[in-house]
Every structure is written in structure tokens, then in C-alpha cells.
Design a protein around this ligand. Structure first.
Ligand code: SF4
Length: 432
């Protein structure tokens, strides 16, 4: 059963009198268990919807809708399937205490993998789930593979009951389901032979595995479970060499690179990051694969649209990983805009110096580095560090940060998004 959260005015559901709180029980005689059932069972234009209204009365709606007209209901968000693993490197396991509750939810949900590209391990997949994946053609799925050798995977996921991922992927692949895979690599656990075996197994699944991302293990200062080695420069270089060897092979035999190292892997190895063309259509950018190349490309495209801001002093807050590369980018913006940019390299106070990503900086970090900067006319902070409600991970808000620092602040993904096309004065007043 799913519950209606909102009905869009003027839609079929509105005309039928469906109200928020209505429970949708079945469609065309088939029980509705969750949003996936609802979405797929209502794909037809002739629908018999069995529902329970908020006053408890059960009704049937006989719906003939003009082709493509939306029904107009928004559902109460689903309860998320929890993860049954205990990976030592789990980022959530490494969160400090006292953050907002939903940050501690360890989801492992194939439905969200299909709907939003969240990675799932498929460890909690039941037979019924596999049937649904096939029937509803939930493809591609984003799968945290980590290792295909079973024993290695049990160790990595810290779960002796984890199913055999290769058998799962093979069964699903037989029915035409495709995957984007990721391997979080822990030195000594799934590099070397395990890496080779895993990439070989995934390669042998043919078209079913569209891409694989190889990501070095990342730890916060709170990852007390972790007993393994962290990823040093030598490890990262060897890992990147193996990834590139496989990528070259894929390019030669299949015409695309297939396997990609994350940006973090290049940074750890001290290797230059590839250009945008390397990443094809950026299939795993949400996983930190090609994010820097994409930023460079967007900046290239938008550079000419930046206004002249002669003499302005603009600060750019970023994490310690991106700071060295930011210099090169802002020099180009300086040439175009005639403004003076300063890259403000900022350590993460919440997770510790080992967490270097700009998007994980918190409000307290921004306050620390900006509170006394009366010499700046404007500051750009990473837009990834705030959520849709304007909250940083430490619950500080963008609004209150704006009131606490002595200059206008804009949240930006790529400079161009907030600076382009703005007349000089508007940019300097800043109204994000
Ligand atoms: S699969 Fe591992 S890393 Fe992912 S949520 Fe579960 S315990 Fe954490």
C-alpha cells in the first residue's frame, strides 16, 4: 500500500476527489506495495484503482485517461531498505555523533538505485525483488560490487551472509538488466589479485556491465571500525595503472573505456586528471568520476559569458583536495574578468583533515575561514555543501552563514552558474 501525500490541482486525481492521506491499495487487481508498483502498474491508460479514503471508506476508481495525462498524485516518500552490512570503511559509520538523524540512515535499496542512481550492494535482495527487477526492467542498476570473489566480498562488507554477487549479476544479466558497478578499494583486501579477478568477472558479463568506477577507500577520523590500511600514493599509483590497463583494453576491444578511476584516485596518485573527452558521457560523475574534468569543460564553455569585474576581490572556498587545481581555474577567470581571485583552502573540522572533498565542508568551516575577511567583495562556496533546504551537514544554514560573514556569499557549482551574465553591480550585491 502507498499513501497519497499531495494531489496536483486540475489533474485526474483531483477531479476524482482523491485527497492526501488516501491509501492506494491495488491497481487492476494487483496489490500495490510501494512506489515502484504504483509507477509501473499505472503505466496503462485503463485503470481500476482500489483505494481507501482518509475517512476509512474503500472505493474503486475506474479511470480511462487520455494518453499520457498524469494522474497527478505524489506519494508519501517510501521507507528506505536498510543495509545489512557493516563495512569497516562505511562513511556513515564514520560520521560523528550529534548530526541530524537522517544522515545516519544506511540505505541499501535497489529501488533507489534504479530511481536515483544510489549505489546498492544487492545484499538484501530477495527472490521477489529479483523478479520485480526483471518484470519492471529496472535497468541500469548502480551496484556496489567491491569484489566478485565471494570470500573477499564477505570481508569487505563485513557480512558473512552476503549472497554471491556474481551469481546475482549473472541471473539478472540473462534477463537483459544492465549495471554500473563500483569498487571501493581497500589496500590488501581488494586490490591486486582480487581487483583483477573482479574486473575479469565483470568484463565477462559483456554488455550487462556498462561501466565500473574504481574509488579509493576514504575515511573520516571517526571510522573506528576500520582496521585496514589507508590508501597511500604508491597504492594509488598501482591501482590507477591497473585501471588504465583495463581501460585501454576496453577502448581497443569495445570502443569505450568501460572502467574509470575516481578523481580522488588521480589526486592520491599525484597523476594529472584527464580531460572531459576521456569520460565519454560522464556515466559516473555522481561518484566523483570526472567531476574536475566536467568543471573545467563547463568553465571553458561559459568563460566568455563572465562579466568584467575589474578590481573586485573574490574568494573561493574549497576543500584541500581541489585547492591545488582551483588555482589554474581561477587564473583563467581572472584573465577574462579582471577580478582578483583567492582560493581559500579549507580543512574539514567535522570529519577531520582526511576528508578533503569540498562538498563535505560544513558551515563551521566557512565561518572559521570567512568571519574576519573584510578584504573580500564576494565569496563563492561549493554548492554541493548545502542541501535543498539550505542546510550544511552540521545543520548550520546558508541563510545564517550569510548573516555572519562580512561579504556577500554565493553557492556555486562551476563559477559560471552564478557569475555569468550578471551585470557587475548585481554580482557584487549577491543575492543567493
Ligand atoms: S554497504 Fe557498507 S558502506 Fe554501504 S551503507 Fe552498508 S555498511 Fe555502509
Amino acid at each position: 500500500m502507498v499513501t497519497v501525500a499531495r494531489v496536483r490541482p486540475g489533474t485526474i486525481a483531483d477531479e476524482l476527489g482523491i485527497k492526501p492521506g488516501t491509501e492506494l491499495l491495488a491497481v487492476n487487481g494487483r496489490e500495490v506495495d510501494d512506489f515502484l508498483d504504483w509507477e509501473f502498474l499505472t503505466a496503462d491508460d485503463a485503470l481500476l484503482v482500489h483505494a481507501r479514503l482518509p475517512d476509512g471508506v474503500e472505493v474503486e476508481f475506474d479511470i480511462e485517461r487520455p494518453e499520457g495525462d498524469p494522474l497527478g498524485v505524489e506519494l508519501v516518500p517510501p521507507s528506505v531498505r536498510r543495509c545489512a552490512n557493516r563495512c569497516e570503511f562505511c562513511f556513515i559509520e564514520g560520521l560523528p555523533k550529534g548530526l541530524r538523524r537522517n544522515l545516519y540512515i544506511r540505505d541499501d535499496d535497489y529501488r533507489l538505485s534504479f530511481a536515483y542512481g544510489n549505489f546498492a550492494t544487492l545484499s538484501n535482495l530477495k527472490e521477489r525483488d529479483e523478479r520485480r527487477i526483471v518484470e519492471y526492467r529496472l535497468s541500469p542498476l548502480y551496484v556496489s560490487v567491491h569484489a566478485t570473489p565471494w570470500e573477499a566480498r564477505k570481508l569487505l562488507l563485513n557480512n558473512p551472509r552476503v549472497p554471491n554477487i556474481l551469481e546475482q549479476l549473472t541471473r539478472l544479466a540473462r534477463h537483459g538488466i544492465q549495471f554500473h558497478g563500483q569498487m571501493v578499494v581497500v589496500p590488501g583486501l581488494n586490490d591486486g589479485e582480487v581487483l583483477e579477478a573482479t574486473l575479469t568477472d565483470l568484463w565477462n558479463l559483456g554488455d550487462a556491465v556498462i561501466t565500473v568506477a574504481v574509488v579509493p577507500v576514504g575515511l573520516t577520523q571517526f571510522n573506528h571500525l576500520f582496521k585496514g590500511e589507508s590508501m597511500g600514493r604508491d597504492h594509488a599509483s598501482r591501482l590507477l595503472a591497473a585501471v588504465n590497463r583495463w581501460g585501454d583494453r576496453a577502448l581497443e576491444e569495445r570502443g569505450n573505456r568501460w572502467v574509470f578511476g575516481s578523481d580522488e584516485l588521480y589526486l592520491l596518485a599525484g597523476e594529472p586528471l584527464p580531460d572531459a573527452g576521456f569520460y565519454e558521457d560522464f556515466p559516473q560523475i555522481e561518484n566523483g568520476v570526472g567531476a574536475v574534468a566536467s568543471l573545467r569543460a563547463r568553465l571553458n564553455e561559459g568563460l566568455e559569458s563572465l562579466p568584467i569585474m575589474a578590481g573586485r576581490r573574490i574568494g573561493v572556498v574549497t576543500g584541500t583536495a581541489m585547492a591545488p587545481m582551483m588555482g589554474e581555474l581561477v587564473r583563467r577567470i581572472e584573465e577574462r574578468s579582471q577580478a582578483r581571485f583567492e582560493v581559500i583552502r579549507t580543512e574539514n573540522s567535522l570529519f577531520g583533515p582526511g576528508v578533503t572533498t569540498a562538498g563535505l565542508l560544513v558551515g563551521a568551516d566557512m565561518r572559521r575561514v570567512l568571519a574576519h575577511r573584510h578584504d573580500l567583495d564576494l565569496v563563492l562556496i561549493p554548492a554541493e555543501s548545502i542541501n535543498d533546504d539550505g542546510l550544511f551537514l552540521d545543520d548550520d544554514t546558508f541563510e545564517s552563514l550569510r548573516g555572519a560573514v562580512p561579504m556577500p556569499i554565493l553557492a556555486s557549482y562551476d563559477f559560471v552558474d552564478v557569475l555569468a551574465g550578471e551585470p557587475d553591480d548585481a554580482v557584487m550585491v549577491g543575492s543567493a
